[in-house]
Design a protein around this ligand. Structure first.
Ligand code: NI
Length: 183
């Protein structure tokens, strides 16, 4: 089911999401809906709070970015109750966008590599290492579970310049092809 994407300014985007309990009812269907919603809006990642559910789950399918990084070809995954356990390497900067903040893209500095522990859809724990664009997307989605948005990671000056635009987004004034919801 395609779900509406909650826009910047929605309180659910600012909450720290809660752990997903084992046996959460309708989990499988919810995960399919996350993928469906993400594909419909041409995103490469989507976190549960973005569809109004404050749960620690996000999905990623970075295969559209294969041209930029061939290793992303098969990077399609569900992360349940993830925990970034270490940051490795240097910092890197990349131009980010977010389905909850349409039409805004900014350079964001993040860690270049991470190690993450999470549950797969069978609630089996996995631990993996990611770098490059994959590490970037994971950190962006992980932030959503912590109630953070990429605009929190840009300079106060840049944020000031975006203020008017962010205010109109929070009022639902956006021109996108996907279904959105504000507040
Ligand atoms: Ni986002």
């Amino acid at each position: 089911m395609i779900l509406p994407v909650f826009l910047y300014g929605s309180p659910v985007l600012r909450k720290v999401a809660t752990e997903t309990p084992v046996g959460y009812p309708g989990l499988e269907e919810f995960i399919s809906s996350l993928f469906e919603t993400m594909y419909q809006s041409d995103g490469v990642g989507l976190a549960a709070p973005q569809v109004g559910k404050s749960l620690r789950i996000f999905v990623i399918d970075a295969s559209p970015l294969e041209e930029d990084d061939p290793s992303l070809k098969d990077f399609k995954k569900v992360f349940i109750n993830p925990e970034i356990i270490s940051y490795e390497g240097d910092k890197s900067t990349y131009n980010e966008g977010c389905l909850s903040i349409p039409d805004i893209r900014e350079d964001v500095e993040r860690e270049a590599a991470i190690r993450i522990r999470y549950c797969d859809t069978s609630f089996e724990y996995r631990e993996e290492y990611y770098e490059g664009i994959a590490a970037r997307i994971i950190q962006h989605e992980y932030d959503h579970l912590e109630g953070k948005l990429f605009t929190d990671r840009i300079s106060p000056l840049k944020k000031r310049l975006l203020r008017r635009k962010l205010t109109s987004i929070s009022k639902g004034k956006v021109d996108v092809k996907y279904r959105v919801k504000h507040l």
